[in-house]
Design a protein around this ligand. Structure first.
Ligand code: HEC
Length: 197
């Protein structure tokens, strides 16, 4: 009678399957907690929503060789300082509007979306908005009605999407907050609006 080698036995493979599944499960649980700590607002790379009460600056990090966000002096969005809860509600409304209007069918946000139109991840910092003083109102006006606004010579026009005044304000809050996220310098080569002074 021939005996099968140990690695050919059914019990061995059954045990192996159980251990590999159990091991992968533990690793997945660990990675889920690790990811949550990297993507939750109020953590090292993703600032709290109340960051929209401040000026967002960028500094070149010599060690990492990327532009990194710095939450600067107080500079409330639309001149109104918000509590953490108010800021969260506004940013959330902006995010929901962006989803409802499907802005990602043309734009990219945080690596998701399309490349027909400019990446919006750091749109808050686009030098196109001219100066810090007029930027937020120009953004609101542009989002509500982009059709007659001259933009960056891309040769493409953004359509009117029926965004209300309130929704446009919330979108700008979301865009400002998104610009505070440390994205490892992504999108590569964005040029921040004048930050000094
Ligand atoms: C049909 C495609 C399309 C959709 C959908 C769209 N956009 Fe745009 N968007 C564009 C194009 C094209 C431009 C560039 C326009 C230009 O250069 O004149 C643009 C430009 C912008 C800019 C200026 C970007 C910068 O870097 O300065 C912002 C902000 C913006 N869009 C926000 C939005 C928001 C918010 C939504 C959803 C409510 C949206 N867009 C939906 C096509 C689109």
């Amino acid at each position: 009678m021939t005996t099968d080698p140990w690695w050919a036995s059914e019990t061995f493979w059954r045990k192996t399957a159980i251990w590999v599944t159990a091991g992968s499960f533990v690793v997945l649980v660990f990675l889920t907690f690790d990811s949550m700590s990297q993507i939750t607002a109020g953590t090292r790379r993703v600032p709290a929503y109340s960051a929209i009460n401040h000026r967002i600056e960028y500094r070149f990090d010599e060690q990492r060789h990327v532009q990194t966000p710095v939450i600067g002096a107080e500079e409330p969005l639309f001149g109104k300082k918000l509590t953490e809860q108010e800021a969260e509600a506004l940013v959330e409304k902006g995010k929901l509007t962006i989803q409802a209007k499907n802005c990602m069918s043309c734009h990219t946000l945080l690596g998701n979306g399309a490349y027909y139109a400019p990446d919006l991840t750091k749109a808050w910092l686009d030098p196109f908005w001219g100066s810090r003083e007029v930027r937020e109102e120009l953004m609101v006006a542009f989002i509500k009605d982009p059709s007659d606004k001259l933009h960056n010579g891309l040769g493409r026009r953004m359509p009117r999407l029926g965004v209300t005044d309130e929704e446009a304000h919330a979108i700008v809050a979301f865009l400002k907050w998104m610009s505070t996220i440390d994205t490892n310098g992504f999108p590569y080569n964005f040029k921040p609006l004048d930050q000094e002074g």
